[in-house]
Each structure stands twice: as C-alpha cells, then as structure tokens.
Ligand binder design. Structure first.
Ligand code: ZN
Ligand code: ZN
Length: 360
C-alpha cells in the first residue's frame, strides 16, 4: 500500500564537517542482466577532479533502473554497475576543483550525472541532449548504495525542509513530468490526458494542474485512478474497461496527452485521445520500441508529436521550489535497500501505487 506521508520533515542541514567516509561501503550491484542484484562491499573510490562523495539518505526506484538491471534497451549499461538516479544525500567528500557544493550540503543526484558544459546543447539550456553526457545508474554508477560518487556541477541542492524521501522521486519522476508539461505547453483551460498513473503519472497530474489544466487520468486499476482523483484529476478512465481514446473524445478531446505507460498500445490510445491541434508527448520508454502513428490523421488534424527526456538542473530547482512551497505531494513507500529485488518484483507486478524509495 502506498503511504502519503507528509509528517516526516528533514532535519536542517547544519553539519559542515565530514565524518570520515569508510574505506568500503555497501551498494546494490547488477552483475548479470538475467540475475538478481547483490549487495556488495565496494571500495571507496579516489575522487577525480569535479567529483564528490555523497552519503546516500534515500534513492528512488524508477522503471529505468529496472530496464537497466534487465538490459532491456538497445544501448545497455555494462555490468557490473550500480543502478539509481533518484539519489539524495549529504556531501561528505570533495574531489579536486569542486566549487559548486560544500561539505554537508544535501544534494540530488539525477539521471543527467555529467554533461560537457560547452556544446551547443549545453549552452542553450538543453544539457539533457548533450552527446557527452553520463547517466547515473546507467553509464556511471548510481545511488543504490550507502555512498555514491557524483559530479559537483550536475547535482542540485535540496532546499531545507524537503524530506529526502520526497526529494528522491522528485529527482526523476518529478522533474521528468514537470518538463513534459512544459514541453506540452499546457495552459489554463487545456484538457491534459495523463496515460499511466504511477511514479511519473501521479506527479504529472499535479504539474498539469499547477499549469492550469484540467486532467483526465488513464490507468488499468481503480486503485491508481482513485489516487489520481485525490491528486486533482477531474476525470478518470479505466483502460481495462473502456477505450480511453473514445472516452476522452467524448470529453471534447485532449489538448495534450502525456504518454507515461510502458506500452506502445497506450501511446496509440494517447494519440487517439487528442483533439485537433493537440500535442502528444512521449515520455515512457517501452522495451517494445514501435508504435503505429497514422500519417493522415497527424497531418489533417495538425497534431504535434514530441519527445521529452528528463529535465535540466533548472527544471529540478523549480520542482523543489514548488514542493517546498507545498504545491505538490509525493506518494511513496520506503523500503530497505537490501530488499531491492523484492521491490523490483512488486513494481513489475504493478503492486506499487506510485514510488518505492529505498533506504540504504
Ligand atoms: Zn527515472
Ligand atoms: Zn554538452
């Protein structure tokens, strides 16, 4: 069961001295795509210029971590590696030439672990498209451990007062859907169809509402649709019981549809739910990489189809700002990192309402 927990508050970050990090720390490691993660002792690395060592307090379990652990995608990580790109923790050690953060800062370690900082994408606010990027928990080790190495320039400070267990899902699920709503161009009075009410969807509903939109949420279980209504969805459609495209067309059609479910069929339904002039935003990354996109209807109805990949450091700062201002709620359940395999199985079986956050 999901627990909406807003009572735990993070302690103020005051410590500026480092408690000496240990010589080894425990982390969950993928050794083979077909097998379970193991909890290993990892030697503390020597930090390179720009790197920091972070003592992890909380790390969210994203579908991407599961795809990484299974090697589902065309570009695969190389085992052994540590997944995790929703890590929150305290900076305990600074490598050479780190000026962006200080010891004792609480930081978020997002998917975009590193970018070059100088290419056209980086300098134009599209660092998430940088060809030199390194991704936490994928091309570099992530945050499924007691400690994690990150780049000081690409972490984002977590404001005081935000619970680390809230901050973790905001670091991917939050920023990714916040960016998707920005890319969608949602304005007041728009009808926004959110396909998939999970870790991402439950945040997308809230950001669409903040942008002024009305939301129709689509999922396969009534439990998730109930959560969607609690978070502000005006309408819900159970796609296991009726065709969501037809149901949303009866509402007048969606101005924007946000595709968050890892199923090409759901993407096709999202396309079918749009009104003329509507925008379909691709966010989820199904292992099955193809969908049917009708050319005729796309042209005649003036449809825009756009991909949206995570978000920048600026987007994440805005996400934290909204949460600190009390405008968003994170639905999550906390589990020990040692139970990561059980958590993955439960997410895959659809037994988790929104987000699992692992505690090292
Ligand atoms: Zn993610
Ligand atoms: Zn770049």
């Amino acid at each position: 069961m999901a627990v909406i927990d807003t009572t735990e508050q993070a302690p103020a970050v005051t410590a500026k001295t480092t408690s000496a990090p240990p010589g080894h720390y425990r982390a969950a490691v993928v050794h083979e795509f077909s097998s379970r993660l193991t909890i290993d002792e990892i030697p503390r690395p020597v930090l390179e210029p720009g790197q920091i060592l972070v003592e992890v307090e909380a790390t969210g379990l994203c579908h991407t971590d599961i795809h990484a652990a299974h090697g589902d995608w065309p570009v695969k990580p190389s085992p052994p590696f540590v997944p995790g790109h929703e890590g929150i923790g305290i900076v305990r050690e600074l490598g050479p030439a780190v000026t962006e953060v200080a010891l004792g800062d609480r930081v978020a370690m997002p998917w975009l672990g590193y970018a070059c900082g100088t290419c056209d994408y980086c300098v134009s606010g599209w660092e998430t498209l940088c060809l030199e990027q390194k991704n936490m928990g994928y091309s570099i080790d992530g945050s499924f451990g007691e400690y994690a190495v990150a780049y000081g320039r690409y972490v984002v400070r977590v404001p005081d007062g935000i619970d680390p267990f809230d901050a973790a899902p905001l670091t991917c699920a939050g920023v990714t859907t916040y960016k998707a709503i920005k890319v969608a161009g949602t304005r007041s009075s728009d009808l926004v169809a959110v396909f998939g009410v999970g870790g991402l969807g439950h945040m997308a509903i809230q950001y669409a509402r903040i942008a002024g939109g009305r939301v129709v949420a689509v999922d396969l279980t009534d439990e998730k649709l109930e959560l969607a209504r609690e978070l502000g969805a005006s309408f819900t459609v159970n796609a296991a019981k009726e065709d969501p495209a037809a149901a949303i067309q009866r509402l007048g059609g969606a101005d924007q549809a946000i595709a968050l479910a890892v199923s090409p069929r759901s993407f096709e339904q999202a396309f079918g739910s749009l009104r003329r002039g509507g925008t379909l935003v691709f966010v989820a990354l199904p292992a099955d990489n193809e969908m049917k996109l009708p050319i005729f209807e796309t042209v005649l109805n003036g449809i825009t189809v756009v991909g949206s990949i995570v978000g920048t450091r600026t987007d994440l700062r805005e996400v934290f700002e909204l949460h600190a201002a009390g405008q968003t709620t994170v639905t999550r359940e906390i589990r020990p990192l040692a139970e990561v395999n059980e958590a993955i199985a439960d997410v895959e079986a659809g037994h988790v309402a929104a987000r699992v956050v692992l505690s090292p």
